[in-house]
Write a protein of this length. Structure first.
Length: 143
């Protein structure tokens, strides 16, 4: 029995497991934080892409109503294509047109509310983020 106790105190077989148990929570917190931030960054890029596609489509319209219809259709199509990452129902599209001296200014914004990727307390959710906005100018080439 004395030999077993002596070997147990001198054995170093479990030191790696104990060290891993000490380091693992920090490692996993960093890893899941990177994944959470990455998913939010990818979602932000996808929203920017959808808003940009809406602006490009709006420029092709001939009047205000057609521009808004084309923009909303392009945004919905882009958001639907990115459906695993974005929930289309959580996106709120704002469309505003302002006539200036020689141009028409089109502001498109997408506000997005989603808390799926904010599973850790230090990862912010999209409810606190500013909406993604793009601005396009439509100029009459005839002067």
């Amino acid at each position: 029995m004395e030999d077993f106790c002596h070997r147990f105190r001198r054995s170093r077989c479990a030191t790696t497991a104990i060290e891993f148990a000490i380091v693992a929570p920090f490692l996993f917190a960093i890893m899941f934080g990177i994944i959470g931030f990455g998913m939010q960054f990818a979602t932000h890029i996808a929203l920017t892409y959808a808003a940009t596609e809406g602006g490009r489509a709006a420029v092709a319209g001939l009047n205000d109503g057609e521009r808004e219809t084309l923009a909303r259709g392009a945004i919905t199509k882009a958001l639907t294509a990115l459906k695993p990452l974005i929930k289309v129902g959580n996106a709120t599209i704002s469309f505003d047109m302002t006539a200036e001296a020689t141009d028409q200014k089109i502001n498109i914004g997408i506000a997005y509310n989603d808390t799926r990727f904010a599973v850790l307390p230090f990862v912010p959710n999209f409810n606190n983020q500013a909406p993604v906005t793009v601005t396009y100018y439509v100029t009459d080439p005839s002067g």
